[in-house]
Design a protein around this ligand. Structure first.
Ligand code: CA
Length: 488
C-alpha cells in the first residue's frame, strides 16, 4: 500500500481519538474508520482540529524533531555529543535507510487530516459562518505550514534555482488507496504553500479568526508565517505587506512584544486572552498531556538530556553585549561544566521541564521579517524602525541608525533573537549564505567544541548535497514514482 495513503488512514484514526494521546504511530491502520463520514457537524471539525494539534504536539513533530532540526543543522547550536539525539541532524549522518521517517510521516499525516476537514467543512449545515471560516482557515493555514516544513527539509532552497529542483508531493485531496503521487518542484510547492496560508488568513479575517485562541493558530500567526514564506520565496514587497498586516492584527487583538523586563520570565509564562504577549501560536504541553522526555524542554535543558547546546561562536556573539537581556536565556550551565544551554523551553507553573510549551510563531519574528523585507525593498528608515523594536528591547541603550543598517546586521539580530527556535540552518542557506562551524576560544566555556566532522560539514551552503534530507527508503519502496535526492 502506498505510504502516504496508509498515513491518511492513520491520521483519520488519530482524529477520531481527538486529543486523547500522542501515540498514533502505534496504531494499526485497520483501526481507522472511513474519513468523510466522521465529520458531519461543526463539533466534529472542532474535534478534528484538536486531533491535529494533538499530533503536532508529539516530540517527533512540533514539540521536538521538526523544530530542533533547524538548530542542530546550523552553526549557533550543536549536539552535546555524537550519540546525542540531535547528533544525526548536526553531523548530517542520515542515509535513505536510517533517516527518521517521522520527518516525512508526521507532516503528511497532518496534511491528510487537514484535507479531511477541508473535504467536508463546506458541506456542514450551520448558522455560524464565522466559525466555519475559522475552522476552514485553520486547516488551510496549517496545511500550508506542513507543506512549507516538508519543502524546506526535503527540497533545496527556492532561490538556488528558482524552485526548479524537486520538492515534495503536493497533496490537497483525500487520496484513494491506489494513488502514487510523485514529487512536485519546489516552485510548485511554494505556489501551494502561499495559496494555502494566504487563503487561510483571508478566511480568518473575522472577529473569531483574529482573536487569541489558546494553542490554536489565528490570522495574526498565519500572516506572520506568510511573511516568512515570502522571504524564502524572494517576494520581499509581499513579505513586508504580510508582516505589516500581521503586526496590525496582532495589535488589535492585544498581542504585544514582550518588554525588556518581561523577557527573561516570559518563556515560562502561561498566557491567556487578557495578555497573550507576543506568542502568536504555540504548542500547549501539559503534565497530563505531556510529549515526554524527547520534547524540546527536556532535550535542550542541562538538567534534562542536555542533548544540544550553544556553540562557542554563538556564545561569543551574544555575550559580547553583557547588557543584552537575551543573555538570560543562554546562561553558562551550573551542571555541565563550561557549556551553555538555551532556556527558551521553560515549563509553565508547577510543570516539569518536558511539559514546556513550544512557541512556534512569535511577534518578534514578525518584526524581524518586516525589517528584512523593508531592507530588501530599499526602505532603510522603515527597516531600522522594525529592527530597533528588537534591538532596543534587548538592550535599551542600543539602536541601529538608518545610516548604519545593513542586511547583515538584520540577519545577525535574527540569529540573536531566534536561537533555539529552529530557524538558523534555514536562514543561513535560504539566501545563498553559509553555515560555518568554528570554535572560538573563551575560557568560561572552553569545554564547548565542535565534534569531529569532515570539512564539508564545517562550512557549506546550498551546494552541499546533504543540506536536504534523503527521502526515507520505505517511502520510495512503497511508491516508485518518488525520486531520491542527489547524493543519497
Ligand atoms: Ca506547558
Amino acid at each position: 500500500m502506498n505510504k502516504i495513503y496508509s498515513l491518511t488512514a492513520i491520521a483519520s484514526a488519530v482524529l477520531l481519538m481527538c486529543s486523547c494521546g500522542n501515540d498514533w504511530l502505534d496504531l494499526e491502520p485497520s483501526t481507522s474508520i472511513s474519513t468523510d463520514s466522521s465529520i458531519n457537524a461543526m463539533q466534529d471539525c472542532n474535534a478534528s482540529l484538536n486531533g491535529i494539534y494533538s499530533v503536532m504536539q508529539n516530540a517527533y513533530a512540533y514539540s521536538g524533531r521538526l523544530v530542533y532540526y533547524g538548530d542542530a543543522a546550523g552553526d549557533d547550536m550543536q549536539a552535546y555529543k555524537v550519540t546525542s539525539r540531535t547528533g544525526d541532524a548536526y553531523l548530517f549522518g542520515y542515509t535513505a535507510s536510517n533517516v527518521k521517517t517521522s520527518y516525512w510521516e508526521y507532516p503528511y499525516a497532518l496534511i491528510s487530516a487537514c484535507n479531511t476537514i477541508l473535504n467536508q467543512v463546506d458541506k456542514i449545515e450551520t448558522g455560524d459562518e464565522d466559525l466555519r471560516k475559522y475552522y476552514k482557515g485553520q486547516a488551510l493555514a496549517l496545511r500550508g505550514m506542513f507543506l512549507f516544513d516538508l519543502t524546506r527539509l526535503f527540497g533545496y532552497p527556492y532561490k538556488k534555482d528558482n524552485g526548479a529542483s524537486l520538492g515534495v508531493p503536493i497533496i490537497t485531496e483525500v487520496l484513494d488507496k491506489d494513488a502514487k503521487p510523485s514529487r512536485n518542484t519546489v516552485a510548485q510547492c511554494y505556489t501551494q504553500i502561499i495559496k494555502d496560508i494566504k487563503d487561510g488568513a483571508e478566511l480568518m479575517n473575522t472577529k473569531t479568526g483574529n482573536a487569541f485562541h489558546k494553542g490554536w493558530i489565528n490570522r495574526p500567526a498565519a500572516l506572520s508565517l506568510l511573511s516568512r514564506v515570502y522571504l524564502y520565496h524572494g517576494d520581499d514587497a509581499l513579505a513586508l505587506s504580510a508582516a505589516k498586516d500581521a503586526m496590525s492584527a496582532a495589535k488589535a487583538n492585544k498581542f504585544a512584544l514582550w518588554t525588556n523586563s518581561e523577557y527573561a520570565s516570559a518563556w515560562g509564562a502561561d498566557v491567556d486572552e487578557s495578555a497573550p504577549g507576543e506568542t502568536l501560536f504555540e504548542i500547549i504541553n501539559l503534565t497530563d498531556d505531556s510529549p515526554g522526555k524527547e520534547a524540546l524542554g527536556y532535550l535542550y535543558d542541562d538538567y534534562g538530556y542536555y542533548d544540544i547546546m550553544c556553540t562557542s561562536s554563538f556564545y561569543e556573539l551574544l555575550s559580547s553585549d553583557s547588557k543584552d537581556v537575551r543573555n538570560s536565556i543562554a546562561p553558562i550551565s551550573s551542571k555541565r561544566t563550561k557549556r551553555v544551554f538555551i532556556k527558551k523551553y521553560a515549563p509553565q507553573g508547577s510543570e516539569i521541564i518536558q511539559d514546556a510549551n513550544i512557541r512556534l510563531l512569535r511577534l518578534s519574528e514578525t518584526y524581524l521579517n518586516a525589517a528584512e523585507a523593508a531592507m530588501k525593498t530599499g526602505d532603510k528608515k522603515l527597516a531600522a524602525e522594525y529592527l530597533n523594536a528588537i534591538v532596543t528591547r534587548a538592550n535599551p541603550a542600543k539602536s541601529v541608525s538608518e545610516d548604519e543598517i545593513t542586511l547583515e546586521r538584520i540577519m545577525t539580530e535574527r540569529r540573536l533573537e531566534l536561537v533555539g527556535e529552529g530557524h538558523r540552518f534555514f536562514d543561513a542557506l535560504r539566501d545563498g549564505g553559509y553555515v560555518e562551524r568554528r570554535d572560538v576560544s573563551i575560557k568560561a566555556i572552553s569545554s564547548t567544541k565542535h565534534l569531529v566532522m569532515s570539512d564539508e560539514k564545517k562550512k557549506f551552503n546550498w551546494n552541499y548535497d546533504h543540506c536536504v534530507l534523503p527521502i526515507p527508503i520505505s517511502e520510495i519502496d512503497a511508491n516508485n514514482n518518488i525520486d531520491q535526492n542527489p547524493g543519497y
